[in-house]
Design a protein around this ligand. Structure first.
Ligand code: NAP
Ligand code: MG
Length: 487
């Protein structure tokens, strides 16, 4: 299927040219399903490359912003067509580089194509409003202008969709970009950039620099010519970026962690709730920011629900995501696997009861991968570490409650507020949940993961900087409003 040159070295893309880092150093990117397999090599860049990329983006922005929105849109449509043509290859690279199953990787890549087309169309839509002036002979209206150069810093869990859902709106509204992807998935990101290159964007409009976040991340966030920073990743890193941006007056947007609950009411369709909990918690090996990690269940149906959930969990096939019939792949890296295993250990120490899973998978091909069993704990109380901290792995904490009021109180008893679900057939439960759940995304009779590209996405509390991405909401971040008065 793929014309892949194995062990290829991927370069930075700066001012329209693929260039090697001045450091002369590269890093290998490996397959978490088989750590002997090298997916490719990527540059370990220095501050100098970031500075070059930002300078190129600054120059290019002057003419990019002058194009008509429809002209910028034409480039995005072209990038979408190219990514669509390369979908199988890009998806396969993603599976090999971070482990999610091939059908999931294909779904994500197709979403990338759809996002590019959605924002290409934005180039033709309105960017302001006419506001009646108190002076009857004056014209007053708002317009939107680009920020300038936008730094895009992304995680490894959605290596195609997240860079695209940040770059596409940045570009359509007239900004130029410097992308720094997670080093863990930089090969997949490089292939996305190849699609932009082939689409013929003018030099300097799209730039790409790989390297360690702790080294070149600050070179982006502290560069005075970077006017906006959009970040998705962990809370610790996000807060540092927010502080750096605030310090020099740059606009910033942070999308961070979650500890997403599912409430199962006594009147729920239990089969549906089980199905959605499994999918929300274990798809992508639990490595979605919207993954289900706490399942709060009403007492009267607790045992029945648990039994069904455990039975289904035992059916999950774990293995190399490129193979047919595999439902769940490995953790994305050894570090991630170790984090998950240490949370499982903590769960046991703090008195939660392991119902199913809990181990690293070993033997045969498992020995060369970062595989962990889908895991369920019960007897969990809300103050335990596994009920409070983001694990980012296939681990469910089951919590029993007496009432929906208690369920909602516990659902809100965390620092995060990204997504949440309830399963119920009772309208009053639904309304309480919509009203009282502190989360940016609330879903009823549907799993906690699931984001539509045309709708706003983002979290409350510590899950975000309270801005929203995707859909029309992206316009808020990637532009500034200018109020115009004409007399
Ligand atoms: P991470 O460690 O915070 O890394 C995210 C990005 O920041 C990477 O590109 C990383 O580079 C870079 N980085 C690291 N240190 C930096 C610094 N000091 N300055 C600037 N950039 C720096 O997060 P991750 O482990 O990749 O991703 C998992 C996290 O992302 C989870 O917490 C998850 O909930 C969150 N997430 C949130 C959403 C959402 O929309 N809310 C979506 C997906 C994921 P390197 O990794 O290359 O060093
Ligand atoms: Mg990281």
């Amino acid at each position: 299927m793929t014309v892949e040159i194995k062990n290829r070295t991927y370069k930075n893309f700066i001012n329209g040219a693929w260039t090697e880092s001045l450091s002369g150093e590269v890093q290998k990117s490996i397959n978490p399903a088989n750590y002997d397999e090298i997916v490719g090599y990527v540059q370990i860049s220095t501050k100098d490359e970031v500075d070059q990329a930002v300078s190129a983006a600054k120059v290019a922005q002057k003419s990019w912003r002058k194009l008509a929105g429809s002209e910028r849109g034409a480039y995005l449509y072209k990038a979408a067509d190219i990514l669509e043509k390369r979908l199988d290859e890009v998806a396969e690279t993603m599976t090999r580089e971070m482990g999610k199953t091939l059908p999931e990787a294909k779904g994500e890549t197709a979403r990338g194509v759809a996002i590019l087309r959605y924002y290409a169309g934005e180039g033709m839509r309105k960017v302001g409003d006419v506001i009646p002036s108190t002076d009857s002979r004056a014209l007053m209206f708002t317009s939107r202008v680009p920020l300038g150069v936008v730094g895009v810093i992304t995680p490894w869990n959605f290596p195609v969709a997240i860079p695209i859902w940040k770059m596409a709106p940045a570009l359509i509204y007239g900004n130029t970009v410097v992308l720094k992807p997670a080093q863990e998935t930089a090969v997949t990101a490089a292939k996305v950039i190849e699609c932009f290159e082939e689409a013929g964007f003018p030099a300097g409009v799209v730039n790409f620099v790989t390297g360690s976040g702790s080294v070149i991340g600050p070179s982006i966030t502290e560069n005075p010519d970077v006017n906006g920073i959009t970040f998705t990743g962990s809370n610790g890193v996000g807060k540092g970026i927010g502080q750096a941006a605030l310090h020099r007056g740059a606009k910033y947007q942070l999308e961070m962690g979650g500890k997403n609950p599912v409430i199962v009411a006594a009147d729920a369709d239990l089969d549906l709730a089980v199905e959605a909990t499994i999918s929300g918690a274990f798809r992508s090996t639990g490595q979605k920011c919207t993954a289900t990690s706490r399942v709060i269940v009403e007492e009267s149906i607790y045992e029945t629900f648990k039994e069904k959930l455990v039975e289904k969990t035992k059916d999950i096939t774990v293995g190399n995501g490129l193979q047919d019939g595999i439902w769940m792949g490995p953790s994305a890296s050894e570090g991630q696997l170790n984090t998950v295993l240490s949370y499982i250990e903590k769960g046991k120490q703090e008195g939660a009861r392991l119902v199913v899973g809990g181990n690293r998978l070993t033997g045969g091909e498992f020995d060369k991968g970062f595989y962990v069993e889908p895991t369920i704990f019960d007897n969990v109380s809300s103050d335990m570490t596994i009920a409070q901290e983001e694990i980012f792995g296939p681990v469910i904490a089951l919590i029993q409650v007496q009432s929906i009021e208690d369920a909602l109180a516990l659902a809100n008893d965390v620092q995060y507020g990204l997504s949440a679900s309830i399963f119920t057939s009772n309208i009053s439960n639904m309304l309480s949940f919509i009203e009282d759940m502190e989360a940016g995304l609330v879903r009823i009779n549907a799993e906690s993961a699931g984001v539509e590209l045309q709708a706003p996405f983002g979290g409350m509390k510590q899950s975000s900087s309270h801005s929203r991405e995707q859909g029309e909401a992206a316009k808020e971040f990637f532009t500034s409003i200018k109020t115009v008065f004409v007399k």
